[in-house]
Design a protein around this ligand. Structure first.
Ligand SMILES: NC(=O)c1ccc[n+]([C@@H]2O[C@H](COP(=O)([O-])OP(=O)(O)OC[C@H]3O[C@@H](n4cnc5c(N)ncnc54)[C@H](O)[C@@H]3O)[C@@H](O)[C@H]2O)c1
Length: 211
């Protein structure tokens, strides 16, 4: 499939659209208007129309969008036809919670291997996922062709493990540690920070009160 260059903000909204379209499809709905989509995913309809315009004329004026067509299209663009295997580094409190969470139910993502340095857990299978020693990182990632990893090690080990992951060919890191990692430019890092998200929420609630 031809790669379409789309703005980052649009790319972020794609999974939202996809999830809602799945629901509509399950309900047996054939078409959806941008207004209906807008209410469901909480994105203004002008943005929705603009987002969809990047993918060509998918909608017809006065008719709305064809749900099945859109689904087929998003499936391809989001790679939902293929299962993506990811690795988890650091099987502590947070790591175990993520292992327990079955990503596959809503997305085609699966944590297929985990790594740790703690000999008490390496060599075991937790929540159906084998936990390997960090010494096996390079070999396992290469064997399983994994280029995406979730990082849940203590902050003191964050940069060291990042260097190891980069050396093992990782190109995308979901970073749960509070450390701002340094990595080569071709490695994408997505930082996840509950505290910041909560602070944003508090900020919005406070400013709602003022208005
Ligand atoms: N982003 C968030 O919202 C959020 C929330 C909670 C925790 N965190 C962060 O997530 C990280 C993990 O937190 P936790 O509570 O699960 O910690 P934890 O101590 O329970 O688990 C860390 C695990 O990493 C392993 N580990 C240590 N050094 C390692 C290394 N060099 N290589 C591989 N594995 C190694 C440990 O053996 C342990 O199993 C911390 O950095 C914490 O600050 C982030």
């Amino acid at each position: 499939m031809e790669k379409i260059k789309i703005p980052k903000a649009t790319a972020k909204r794609l999974p939202l659209y996809y999830r809602y379209l799945l629901i509509l499809n399950e309900e047996g709905k054939d078409k959806v208007s941008s207004t209906e989509l807008s209410e469901a995913v909480q994105v203004d309809s002008a943005s929705i129309r603009r987002d969809f315009s990047y993918f060509g004329a998918l909608g017809k004026r006065g008719y709305g969008y064809d749900v099945k067509n859109l689904l087929t299209f998003f499936k391809k663009i989001l790679n939902q036809d293929t299962l993506t295997n990811v690795a988890l580094i650091g099987v502590g409190n947070l790591g175990r919670a993520l292992l327990n969470y079955n990503f596959k139910r809503s997305n085609n993502i699966r944590i297929s291997c985990a790594f740790d340095i703690n000999k008490k857990i390496t060599g075991r299978i937790l929540s159906g996922v084998p936990v390997y020693d960090m010494d096996d990182l390079k070999q396992q990632l290469s064997d399983q062709q994994i280029t995406i990893a979730i990082l849940t090690v203590p902050s003191t080990a964050a940069q060291k493990t990042t260097d190891e992951m980069v050396d093992a060919g990782v190109k995308g890191i979901m970073n749960f540690t509070p450390i701002r990692l340094s990595a080569p430019a071709d490695v994408r890092i997505q930082n996840v920070d509950l505290a910041t998200e909560l602070q944003t929420l508090i900020y919005f609630l406070d400013s709602d009160k003022e208005n």
